[in-house]
Design a protein around this ligand. Structure first.
Ligand code: CMP
Length: 139
């Protein structure tokens, strides 16, 4: 059975452009409840650890640099079928392929600076949520 939690980050480009408020409003209006939220600036080491699964990919170095270039907002969200529904809601990784009305279609600048992250499985949602939040912070 699909889980009810997912993890997201509003990425440095979207935060720096002042789009966090609009994105959070969209998230809530789409029926996702915010269970935990924090504003943090990742170090390169933090970003490298978070994206360790992509270590062998050619874009890894740039991704680490970009994700540590400014503050991000991390959130744990709750909804039925959270992971799949949230990935549909944010749109394709490459904004050129993102559907109309999705967060990435509206706010992403490029395949790298793509405004928002969404976990790709229930297992990764739990791992990624725990990367940012202690048990006490998960409501
Ligand atoms: P995200 O869904 O957070 O997961 C990995 C991130 O790597 C992705 O969003 C993009 O920000 C970044 N990225 C940069 N280049 C690529 C690429 N060619 N394919 C996939 N992801 C990329």
């Amino acid at each position: 059975m699909a889980g009810t939690k997912t993890f997201t980050m509003i990425k440095p480009d979207a935060f720096a452009d002042g789009n966090s408020g609009a994105i959070i409003k969209m998230i809530e209006e789409a029926g996702f409840a915010i269970k935990a939220m924090k504003l943090v600036r990742l170090t390169a080491e933090n970003a490298g650890g978070f994206y360790a699964v992509h270590k062998e990919r050619p874009f890894y170095g740039d991704l680490v640099k970009y994700m540590s270039s400014g503050p991000i907002i991390a959130m744990i969200l709750e909804k039925e079928n959270a992971v799949e529904d949230f990935r549909k809601f944010i749109g394709a990784t490459n904004p050129a392929e993102a559907a109309e009305g999705t967060v990435r279609k509206l706010f992403a600048k490029s395949i790298e600076a793509n405004a928002i992250h969404g976990s790709d499985s229930d297992e990764n949602a739990a791992i990624e949520g725990s990367f940012f939040f202690s048990e006490l912070e998960k409501h």
